[in-house]
Design a protein around this ligand. Structure first.
Ligand SMILES: NC(=O)c1ccc[n+]([C@@H]2O[C@H](COP(=O)([O-])OP(=O)(O)OC[C@H]3O[C@@H](n4cnc5c(N)ncnc54)[C@H](OP(=O)(O)O)[C@@H]3O)[C@@H](O)[C@H]2O)c1
Length: 247
């Protein structure tokens, strides 16, 4: 009887050693700025479905819908370094999927650029223990035959669209200027990111638009964009790079 008990405990210990910790080791803690938004919400769902812990950040966390054992909601402002430092310490990855204009609609003051600058400052404050960041970019920062989408878009300077779209470009340049930050900018295809199905099958690119055989902008579903983000969380294949994804 005692031998049987010992054997059962030994088997359970072996299980914990080789099965339990394997899952725990694969589980990441992901902070998501924009978890109340269209894309951030889908990224949070994808992360939770894959067993990760999600800290959803919002200026008003009571608006963060859904109860899940691995989901917590915190109040935070993506443009405030002290607030970000408190939230991201101990996390593995920070996802930034925010949108908004800033003072004077300038690209520099856009929420996406202020978010990038805030993350860079916060990560430098944390040093070697800082999490990675994956920020969602803007499709017009991709190139077609080498020509920047923003150049051909003719956005009126001072307009909110100009500030937001060029803000993505300035944010990307700010990440590119760093050598001490583990960053990835994932840029969805312009005007071709649509609500749809999650297939988990997509192509990755870098600065050039991904095209269909007919030369059209290759689309991607929002659900698969979320899958690309969490694939990058798990595989860390594109650190220090801007990537795009499409079918
Ligand atoms: N094809 C493309 O290139 C493409 C397509 C779609 C989206 N995008 C980009 O993806 C990003 C997300 O787009 P979306 O449509 O998902 O946005 P959205 O639905 O409008 O959500 C915006 C999010 O930003 C958060 N936010 C704004 N200011 C904040 C602040 N100061 N601190 C913390 N959070 C803040 C909001 O959170 P709270 O209000 O709860 O604080 C909200 O969750 C945007 O940058 C957009 O340009 C690109």
């Amino acid at each position: 009887m005692r031998r049987q008990t010992f054997a059962a405990i030994f088997a359970a210990a072996l299980y914990c050693l080789f099965v339990g910790p394997t899952f725990a080791a694969d589980q990441s803690t992901i902070v998501i700025y924009g978890a109340t938004g269209k894309l951030g919400g889908k990224i949070a769902t994808e992360a939770l479905n894959r067993g990760h812990k999600v800290i959803g950040v919002s200026r008003d966390p009571s608006t963060l819908n859904g109860a899940h054992a691995n989901l917590s909601a915190v109040a935070g402002d993506v443009t405030n370094v002290n607030s970000m430092l408190e939230i991201i310490v101990g996390a593995d990855v920070v996802v930034i999927a925010v949108a908004g204009i800033g003072a004077d609609n300038t690209p520099k003051n856009s929420i996406v650029n202020q978010a990038a600058l805030t993350f860079i400052q916060a990560a430098r404050g944390l040093g070697a223990s800082a999490p990675r960041v994956i920020q969602i970019g803007g499709g017009t920062t991709l190139r077609r035959n080498g020509v920047l989408g923003l150049e051909s878009a003719n956005l009126e300077e001072g307009s909110s669209l100009h500030g937001r779209m060029w803000g993505h470009w300035v944010a990307l340049q700010n990440y590119r200027a760093t050598t001490d930050i583990r960053w990835t900018v994932l840029t969805p295809p312009p005007s071709a990111l649509i609500p749809g199905e999650r297939t988990g099958v997509y192509r990755l690119g870098t600065d050039e638009l991904l095209l269909t055989e007919d030369g059209a902008v290759a689309p991607l579903s929002e659900e698969d964009l979320a899958a690309v983000v969490i694939d990058e969380v798990e595989n860390a294949r594109s650190i220090g790079q801007r990537i795009t994804a499409a079918y």
